[in-house]
Design a protein around this ligand. Structure first.
Ligand code: ADP
Ligand code: MG
Length: 706
């Protein structure tokens, strides 16, 4: 491919109805009304909505769009859309008009009774509404089906319950905004008007050859390999990590970037990851609601462009046993509208105190609600990734780095950092800040929740999941900590305010020091230590789900209007059901793959060996090797047969239960172990069976043939 000049500034955002475009295309009055809606939440009047819809449609049609869709994020973790064309009913003479009304822009009613609602809607009361989220820009997506105007929306039931990921996210953004501003005012900030969470989500994924992908029903049905012996070479040499991109991958990534830039997604960093065939893409951080949308666009674009390149993108958390899985690092910070990052240590002692209060509030929030954070990152695939020797363990802890940990230590033991500051000595604070900037490169890859200079990086999130849920939790638990701090500071009165702030910092630091862990999170001794500290260890999705509906969680979410108890219960039910369904599909796929493809291959190989043994012995030579191999394969075969019977029984037994916790527990405790048991003898057999007889591509084929 020739290096033709790419007009980056020209293409960036060309398919987005963004601020710039709105300003150009909308009449001044309509533009201002819309800005007012986005910034202050005022409702749009119908005439203005019509004007905006019309301009949006004209703009989209210039980009080739024939259809529009309300683009929403139901609880499936992926996005949903229903397309309508712009055409109106033909007139007498057969001509048609192209139209998008204000009403159609603002409100949609997909017949969406089949989306998971966890009992919030029975099918006979299936109404659900999609409502335009004007704060996330609309865009035109080009794909094999032509061009479509996508209008980001929230999705709610007839009675107003959230049926999606977006609605609670927007609610949690309002909560953290309110409480942050309140706290800032108490700390003397008079200028900032808004505080918004900013997020940059690093996306890990695997790329394999599409032809190989299509030969494996396990990848097609479940997104991961259910069988597969380890190749002679895995990731032990670390030679893939940050290695030079292979040409096919480089060309794929180039196209991904261009598509994303057109959609206004600021794709920034790309590199090879640790495992063979594993890669990462990171965009520049954005407001969290936009970052959530953009992460969905990143996942969709990776998949679509891969197909076009004869490749397949695997977003599963653990596509291959024995090498690293994929996650999503959720980098989170809080920013004011006038450019202050509340997680930036800052340069003046005043900000320093503010930073220490914010930091200790976050420690408190994470320690108090560790179970909710775990839950927000739990999913079926992550059960296989977390706690392996490669990913954060299933214990929430916070990594602060040496310098900050030392500050906390001082605060707890002597309170010195506080004293020196209130005594007006800048030195302590400033020198510690300088140290921080120096140490920002210091990393701890084993921590699930790490402070990285001016942001927190939550590393547990699964690679396939929406990043909405973890950010809903982060926003809300920190809002709660801010509110509680603000209550105390307010109660102290203006004279004692500074003292109250100092006391709070010290108190939070000492009450929640147990959540700080700077050591190796992969080491088994950490589990023992975490137990001693009383930190929750939640090692499966099924164990994580109950966190959603504890009294503590219900109180938290209801206080901030993020979820009602009913919504939490529905989410709990959806998650149990999702877990059971996913494992059920895996079990059924395994049975089918084993009985129709892999066991026949073992038998074919045994036949070949037996024939060879006869032929060899006819020449008067003992067929020792053939016999040995035959015996080994026979053992594998009979073990596989027993395991298949067991898996079949356990799956049937679990399927008989109604959806819910009991069923999910059965799938986890009985079906999953039975699956692992079936895998073992078949993986062993794969090492013995002739390559030409093995009916599916091997791990080596999948990971090294790109
Ligand atoms: P790493 O060293 O972990 O790769 P980077 O600096 O490359 O860290 O950033 C990783 C991600 O974090 C990127 O998406 C980046 O835009 C995002 N990020 C950087 N600063 C912030 C911030 N203040 N708030 C939120 N995200 C941020
Ligand atoms: Mg990172």
């Amino acid at each position: 491919m020739e290096n033709e000049q790419l007009d980056l500034t020209g293409i960036f955002g060309e398919d987005v109805f963004d601020e710039r475009t709105m300003q150009q295309r909308l009449p001044k009055k309509a533009y201002e009304a819309l800005k007012n809606t986005i910034e202050n939440g005022t409702e749009l009047d119908p005439a203005t909505a019509d004007t905006i819809a019309h301009e949006m449609k004209e703009w989209a049609m210039e980009r080739g769009a024939t259809h529009y869709t309300h683009w929403f994020q139901p609880l499936t973790g992926v996005t949903a859309e229903k397309h309508d064309s712009f055409i109106t009913a033909p007139k007498e003479d057969g001509t048609i008009l192209m139209r998008l009304s204000g009403k159609e822009l603002i409100k949609g009613e997909p017949d969406a009774s089949s989306f998971p609602s966890g009992g919030l809607r029975a099918t006979f009361e299936a109404r659900g509404y999609t409502i335009w989220d004007s704060a996330s820009p609309a865009f035109v997506r080009h794909d094999e089906g032509g061009a479509t105007l996508c209008i980001p929306t929230a999705f709610c039931s007839y009675t107003g319950e959230a049926l999606d990921q977006k609605t609670p996210l927007l609610r949690s953004m309002e909560a953290i905004d309110r409480e942050s501003i309140r706290l800032l005012r108490l700390l003397g900030n008079k200028t900032s008007k808004r505080v918004t969470p900013y997020v940059g989500a690093e996306q890990e994924y695997f790329i394999i050859d599409r032809a190989n992908y299509l030969k494996r029903m396990d990848l097609i049905f479940t997104g991961r390999t259910l069988f597969g012996a380890m190749p002679p070479k895995g990731q032990e040499l670390d030679d893939h990590y940050f290695g030079t991109l292979r040409p096919r991958i480089a060309s794929f990534m180039h196209d991904v970037n261009v598509e994303l830039w057109k959609l206004g997604v600021p794709a920034k960093t790309q590199h090879n990851e640790v495992a063979p065939a594993q890669h990462e893409l990171a965009p520049i951080y954005e407001k969290v609601n936009v970052a959530v949308d953009h992460n969905q666009l990143i996942m969709q674009t990776l998949k679509r462009v891969a197909t076009r390149h004869g490749l397949r993108c695997l977003l599963h958390e653990k596509p291959f046993e024995g090498v690293n899985g994929s996650g999503k690092h959720n980098n989170w910070s809080l920013m004011t509208d006038d450019g202050i990052n509340l997680l930036d240590p800052g340069k003046t002692p005043h900000e320093n105190i503010q930073f220490l209060l914010v930091l200790t509030c976050i420690l408190k929030a994470v320690d108090t609600h560790a179970d909710l954070l775990c839950e927000s990152a739990s999913d079926v695939g992550n059960d296989r990734r977390l706690g392996g020797n490669e990913a954060p363990p299933a214990i929430i802890s916070v990594f602060l780095g040496e310098q900050l940990e030392d500050v906390i230590e001082q605060l707890v033991s002597t309170g010195q950092v506080n004293r020196s500051k209130s005594g007006g000595k800048l030195a302590t604070g400033v020198s510690y800040l300088n140290d921080i900037s120096k140490d920002a490169t210091d990393r701890n890859r084993t921590s699930p929740f790490a402070f990285t200079g001016n942001k927190f990086e939550f590393r547990m999130v699964g690679s396939r999941d929406s990043i909405a849920a973890p950010n809903v939790v982060l926003n809300t638990i920190v809002a709660e900590a801010f509110r509680e701090a603000a209550d105390v500071i307010e109660a102290a009165g203006p004279e004692k305010r500074q003292e109250a702030v100092h006391d709070l910092i010290r108190q939070y630091a000492s009450d929640h020091q147990r959540i700080i862990f700077n050591g190796n999170g992969y080491s088994p001794s950490w589990v023992t230590e975490a137990k001693r500290r009383g930190l929750p260890i939640i090692s499966s999705m099924v164990d994580a789900i109950p966190a959603l509906t504890t009294d503590r969680a219900v109180k938290l979410f209801e206080t901030f209007g993020v979820f009602t108890k009913k919504e939490l219960t529905s989410r709990m039910e959806v998650k149990y059901e999702t877990y059971s369904k996913d494992i059920n599909i895996e079990a059924r796929t395994m049975l089918e793959l084993a009985s129709k493809q892999l066991i026949p291959a073992i038998i074919a190989c045994m036949k070949r060996l037996a024939e060879s043994a006869v032929a060899v012995e006819q020449c008067g030579i003992p067929a020792t090797v053939q016999e040995e191999r035959l015996k080994e394969l026979n053992t594998c075969l009979s073990e596989a047969r027993t395991a298949m019977k067991r898996l079949e029984q356990e799956t049937l037994a679990a399927e008989k239960n109604p959806a819910g916790r009991t069923q999910a527990v059965m799938f986890r405790d009985r079906v999953v172990p039975a699956m692992d048991e079936l895998r073992r003898p078949i993986d062993r057999a794969e090492m013995i069976v002739d390559k030409d007889l093995w009916p599916v591509p091997s791990y080596a084929d999948l990971m090294f043939e790109v």
